[in-house]
Design a protein around this ligand. Structure first.
Ligand code: NAD
Length: 290
C-alpha cells in the first residue's frame, strides 16, 4: 500500500453510518491495485447532519467518487448535478461520480440484480415478473427491470409504509416506461399472488423475510406455486440460500441467491469510477467465498 499512495492518488470512499463493518475498502483497494489505478478507498462514518461538510470536503479534496449507504441515500441527491434515470425513479443514489467537479448520482442496486441474472443466463427483457417487497432494494429492482424491458411487473408488499411508496413508484415507472405493465398488490392477497405467479417467468424476493431474525420463514409457503419453469431469485445474501430458495429448488425451480447482486452492484460502481471491468470472478472467491 505505501508504494501505491503517491502525490497524485485520488480518494474514493464509502459514506454513511455505520460503516466500520464494510468490506468495500478491502475490495476496491484490491481491485485498484490489481488494475493499477491511482486511487485509494476509505470508509467514512458520516451522519445526516454532517453530510453538507462531507460534500464540501469531497469537492475540496477532489474525490473521484463515493459509495453511499444508510442513512444518506436520499439526502445526497440534492448535491448531484446530474441524476441517472434509475436514480431519479428510485429516489436514491448509492454511487456518486465526480467528473471535473460535476457530480452524477447513480443507483447500482437494480443493475446489480439484473447483471447477476444475466450471469446466470436469465434475461429480464419481455419477461413477466413477480416482485415481493418495495423497500429500498425492491424499488431499485423494480425500476431497473422496467428500464431493461421487463414486460410485466407485479409488486406485492404488506400494507405497511412501503405500500403507498410502491404505488407512487409504479406511477412514475408507467410514465417513463409505458411499455411495462406494472401493478401493486397487497402481499396478503393470495388469490392474485397465485394467479400472477402462475403466469410469471421470474419471482424476486426483496423483502426481509428469510434473513435474521426471519431465517426460518419464506414469503411463499405454498410449494404448489413453484413450477419448474419459474426462476426464483432472492436478494438476501445472508443466509446464502434462504428458505424460499431451498423450497423452490426442492420443487425443481432454477434458483439464484443475493450474493451475485452484491458483487455486481460493486462491479457496476467500479466501472463507473474507472471505465474498466472489475475482476468479478476473483472478487467473488477472494471476498465473498463464492
Ligand atoms: P427496507 O427496509 O427498505 O425494505 C424492507 C422490505 O421488506 C419492505 O418491502 C417491507 O414491506 C418488507 N418486509 C419487512 N418485513 C416484512 C415481513 N415480515 N413480511 C413481509 N414483508 C416484509 O430494506 P431493504 O434495504 O430494501 O433490504 C431488503 C432486503 O434486501 C434485506 O434482506 C437486505 O439484506 C437485502 N439487500 C440485498 C442487496 C444485495 O446486493 N443482494 C442489496 C440491498 C439489500
Amino acid at each position: 500500500m505505501e508504494k501505491r499512495i503517491k502525490g497524485t492518488t485520488r480518494l474514493l470512499g464509502l459514506i454513511g453510518s455505520p460503516v466500520a463493518h464494510s468490506g468495500s475498502p478491502a475490495m476496491y483497494n484490491y481491485c485498484f491495485e490489481k488494475l493499477a489505478y491511482d486511487y485509494a478507498y476509505l470508509a467514512f462514518d458520516v451522519s445526516r447532519e454532517n453530510l453538507p461538510q462531507m460534500m464540501e470536503t469531497a469537492n475540496l479534496l477532489n474525490f473521484r467518487g463515493m459509495n453511499v449507504t444508510m442513512p444518506l441515500k436520499q439526502d445526497v441527491m440534492k448535491y448531484m448535478d446530474v441524476l441517472t434515470p434509475a436514480a431519479k425513479l428510485i429516489g436514491a443514489c448509492n454511487t456518486l461520480v465526480n467528473e471535473d467537479g460535476t457530480w452524477t448520482g447513480n443507483n447500482t442496486d437494480g443493475v446489480g440484480y439484473v447483471r447477476n441474472l444475466k450471469d446466470h443466463d436469465i434475461e429480464v427483457r419481455g419477461k413477466k415478473m413477480v416482485i415481493l417487497g418495495a423497500g429500498g432494494a425492491g424499488t431499485a429492482v423494480s425500476v431497473q427491470c422496467a428500464l431493461e424491458g421487463a414486460g410485466e411487473i407485479s409488486i406485492f408488499n404488506p400494507m405497511d409504509d412501503f405500500f403507498e411508496k410502491a404505488k407512487t413508484t409504479a406511477q412514475n415507472i408507467k410514465k417513463e416506461v409505458p411499455g411495462c405493465k406494472i401493478e401493486v398488490f397487497d402481499l396478503m392477497d393470495s388469490e392474485t399472488l397465485e394467479r400472477k405467479l402462475a403466469a410469471a417467468d421470474i419471482l424476486a424476493n426483496t423483502t426481509k423475510v428469510g434473513m435474521a431474525p426471519l431465517v426460518d420463514e419464506s414469503p411463499i409457503q405454498d410449494t404448489s406455486l413453484f413450477r419448474k419453469d419459474l426462476v426464483v431469485t432472492d436478494i438476501i445474501y445472508n443466509p446464502r440460500e434462504t428458505r424460499l430458495l431451498k423450497l423452490a429448488k426442492a420443487n425443481g425451480c432454477k434458483t439464484i441467491g443475493g450474493t451475485g447482486m452484491l458483487v455486481m452492484q460493486g462491479a457496476e460502481a467500479f466501472q463507473l469510477y474507472t471505465g474498466d471491468q472489475m475482476p468479478v470472478e476473483e472478487v467473488k472467491t477472494r471476498f465473498f467465498n463464492d
